[in-house]
Write a new protein. Structure first.
Length: 328
């Protein structure tokens, strides 16, 4: 054994062995330190003072903007330097393209909705093909709504649409709401005179319904719950609403027109898929901390959002499922 040789050897031999051992120990400690330091640099994100840009591909004031700004506020509370950047245009395409054009360093992230999928499927952007989900956040059921007291219920609308032209407004071609409206009109085609109007965002869509420019709108529960001038006629998903405010609103299946597409929107944080894996982990931790803050949890409860936090791989699996359903 090395210890035995040191004890029994000459003084000069002992010194040589001790020196060699100490040199080896120094080498090992230095090597481990370098490896650890390199590892720390890999996950050293974000750099102090450098902001993360959260790109919202829709206008200010809409559902997506409100929700992601609330998430950003809670990221700031946790000490993260975050800047919110609204880049609306072409049903979310402009914002998606902006993120794809930026460096893959994790400092530009996307406030992603179902528009990321529908815009990609329509061929307007590479979208989800070049993005990866950092974390899934929640789902939000779509509803077919009218202005207060315009139609009593879904059956009243159907009866009226057999004799009069009905305008259904969506947030724009390429959005999930637009695709749902198209699917609904296919179901109603033989008995109703309906056409789709397009706007450039959720706020304009609700304004069109309330002002009477449009008879109906396809909006999410989040948007409907905050507007007392909106009356839901039917929920465009399989299940009933979880909020008492809309619990008695029937589903589209119950009204006899089941859709061939998911009637639920979702929100997630996405980033370019060539971002460093360690940076992805750091981003996921940042989003998770903000998501589980008391303020953001209360915010989701107030708007009856279906909580669905899914990190990295789990989120990506759900995203693939959404893609499959929207493609059918």
């Amino acid at each position: 054994m090395l210890l035995e040789r040191i004890i029994k050897g000459s003084k000069e031999a002992r010194l040589k062995i001790i020196t060699a051992v100490l040199t080896l120990l120094v080498f090992i400690v230095t090597t481990v330190s370098v490896i650890q330091d390199r590892k720390r640099k890999d996950v050293f994100f974000p750099a102090p003072g450098r902001p993360i840009r959260l790109v919202i591909p829709f206008e200010k004031g809409g559902k997506t903007d409100i929700m992601f700004r609330r998430l950003a506020d809670n990221m700031k509370v946790n000490g993260i330097n975050v800047e919110v950047l609204n880049i609306p245009g072409d049903g979310g395409v402009a914002g998606i393209e902006y993120v794809l054009a930026e460096k893959a360093d994790g400092y530009t992230i996307l406030a992603s909705t179902a528009a990321t999928i529908t815009a990609t499927l329509s061929g307007k952007t590479e979208g989800y093909k070049k993005l990866v989900m950092v974390a899934g956040l929640n789902e939000d059921p779509f509803m077919l709504v009218t202005r207060k007291n315009h139609f009593g219920n879904f059956k009243d609308f159907l009866k009226h649409s057999q004799e009069h032209e009905i305008n259904i407004v969506t947030a724009g071609n390429g959005t999930l709401g637009h695709k749902i409206a198209e699917n609904l009109l296919q179901k109603l085609a033989t008995s109703s005179k309906c056409r789709i109007l397009e706007t450039n965002g959720g706020t304009s869509e609700m304004d069109a319904v309330i002002s009477g420019v449009a008879d109906l709108g396809v909006i999410t529960q989040f948007e409907a719950i905050s507007n007392p001038n909106i009356q839901p006629l039917v929920i465009l998903t399989e299940g009933h609403s979880q909020t008492p405010l809309f619990r008695n609103v029937p589903t589209i299946r119950e009204e006899g027109f089941p859709l061939d597409i998911l009637g639920s929107a979702f929100c997630a944080v996405m980033v370019r898929n060539d971002v460093n894996p360690n940076t992805l982990v750091a981003l996921e931790s940042i989003v998770e901390a903000a998501y589980y803050s008391e303020d953001f949890q209360r915010f989701q409860d107030n708007y009856a959002l279906i909580k669905l936090f899914l990190p990295l791989n789990q989120g990506s699996e759900l995203f693939e499922e959404f893609i499959k359903n929207y493609s059918d």
